[in-house]
Design a protein around this ligand. Sequence first.
Ligand SMILES: *[C@@H]1O[C@H](CO)[C@@H](O)[C@H](O)[C@H]1NC(C)=O
Ligand SMILES: *[C@@H]1O[C@H](CO)[C@@H](O)[C@H](O)[C@H]1NC(C)=O
Length: 339
Amino acid sequence: MHWSSLVLAAAALVPAGVHSAQLRFSCAQLVVDRLDPIVNPGQNPSPHLHQVVGGNAFNVTMDHEAHDMASTATCTSCVPLEDFSNYWTAVLFFKARNGTYKRVSTVGNGLGYSNSNGGQTVYYLSSGKVTAFKPGFRMTVGNPAYRTQAEAKQNPALQFTCLDSPMTRSGYRYDFPTAPCKAGIMVTVRFPTCWDGKNVDSPDHQSHVAYPQNKKCPSTHPVAIPEVFYETYWDTRPFNNKADWPADGSQPFVWSFGDKTGYGNHGDYVFGWKGDALQRALDANCQSDLLSDKVNCPTLKLQSIADSNKCTVQRRVKEDLDSWLKELPGASMMSGMSK
Ligand SMILES: *[C@@H]1O[C@H](CO)[C@@H](O)[C@H](O)[C@H]1NC(C)=O
Ligand SMILES: *[C@@H]1O[C@H](CO)[C@@H](O)[C@H](O)[C@H]1NC(C)=O
């Protein structure tokens, strides 16, 4: 769905009996830390840095069975109070001409969430009846080892948008924009929408889900699940002076796992909604505004963005993330990744 015209959908427009939900809400920054409980459980520190939003049960290890996020967490950085899920992506860095790296911050989405303390805009989309995730469900999309467009295009919905203004919704691309972006860079991550109906995880954290074929879920993954989709606004505005960009004309941004192309874009999701709150919101055909902070979902308990900003967790890995750094955090653990 490319809503370049930014039509404001309303629940009243959905005919009776037709399931269609468009939940959109703000999740402020919970923590920026070098942990990855899906790909590197128990590893402190993990190889590369992430920015994380959602419930404060985010931890070094988050076992399927042992970790009931909805009862462990005491707050969430997302506006729906019953969403203790965690959503995370890699972190963007600017590489200066002298070879040092400066971490780029996330910033609240200019379309309604500019008072959010960074983080992400999270969507759950459905057209047709969908089944919400089961407790313990997790998945990743994308691959940090990808460095070519052909590889990146296997996931058609991991993209970059060079923001001319916060409203820009055109010019999607699979790699980093090549010129300064006036209002920052938006990174979009959309997950597959079909599930095998059995496994809450898989060894590669991906093969229990699949993309639809000809708009239908394949027989191997017959259960339609909501489309989890997030947008991260990276505030690259402090780095827009072309004189600071590489002399060879290349662009200066690099993912925290050493990727200068952008093709290694990926995202991680651990489901953590309380009870059936997500299923009820989807069944109620909730339709959030695309331009304001209105979630428009009477079945959900909501908090203000100001209150969501207050939910944070302490970083567990003690390392400098804010100076001009000589190398990316975890560089020594990333050999072979920095292409
Ligand atoms: C994180 O995990 C550790 C070790 O299992 C535990 O002691 C701690 O309470 C957990 N923290 C949170 C916020 O769940
Ligand atoms: C490297 O360049 C950045 C950006 O111009 C500057 O702020 C920083 O002080 C420089 N560091 C060194 C060691 O020269």
